[in-house]
Design a protein around this ligand. Structure first.
Ligand code: ZN
Length: 190
């Protein structure tokens, strides 16, 4: 089932996610719906906050982004990231392992807005999957960037919070317009 992706200005985007403790059928269905919603929107990631759920849950799929490569190692061995997509990551922690790298980012909650963001180029990821089983890997490139972006969402942090002030200032009129539009839509719905 396709879910509604909430836009900048919706209060859910600022909520910190609760840790997930029950790995039941409802969670599996939610994760499946999020993957379907992400694919439909041609996104590389989608966090629970973006469908108005305050949970430590996000999904990732970097297969569509052929011009922005990803690397992945499991147990010290290189693997093909495509073989591990789509990914469901729950209660995720990351540890930076690479130098900061600047690259373009967008967000499904900020349609058509893009900005350069600096983040560690590679990270060690510890999480659990939808069955509550531990997931551990090292990654770089787009996959590392996408995971850090989605992890931020689960803590109520948005990519505009990480933009250099001058980049955000340039975008501010568009941000204000989007924020106002979202608020107006929400109040019309009551
Ligand atoms: Zn986003």
């Amino acid at each position: 089932m396709l879910l509604e992706i909430v836009k900048y200005g919706h209060p859910a985007l600022r909520e910190r996610g609760k840790k997930i403790k029950e790995f039941n059928g409802d969670l599996h269905q939610l994760a499946r719906d999020m993957i379907e919603t992400m694919a439909d929107a041609h996104g590389v990631g989608l966090a629970a906050q973006q469908i108005a759920r305050a949970l430590q849950l996000f999904v990732i799929d970097v297969r569509g982004a052929e011009d922005r490569p990803s690397t992945m190692e499991v147990g010290g061995r290189s693997v093909n990231p495509e073989d591990h997509m789509p990914m469901i990551l729950i209660n995720t922690r990351v540890r930076p392992t690479g130098d900061p790298e600047t690259g373009p980012e967008g967000c499904l909650s900020f349609p058509e807005l893009y900005g350069d963001i600096t983040r560690p180029a590679s990270v060690e990821v510890s999480a659990v999957n939808e069955r509550g089983e531990p997931v551990q890997f090292h990654c770089g490139g787009l996959l590392a960037r996408a995971i850090q972006h989605e992890l931020d969402h689960t803590q109520g942090v948005l990519f505009i919070d990480r933009m250099p002030r001058e980049v955000k200032a340039e975008m501010q009129p568009d941000l204000d317009a989007l924020h106002a539009h979202t608020k107006a839509t929400l109040s019309r719905r009551g």
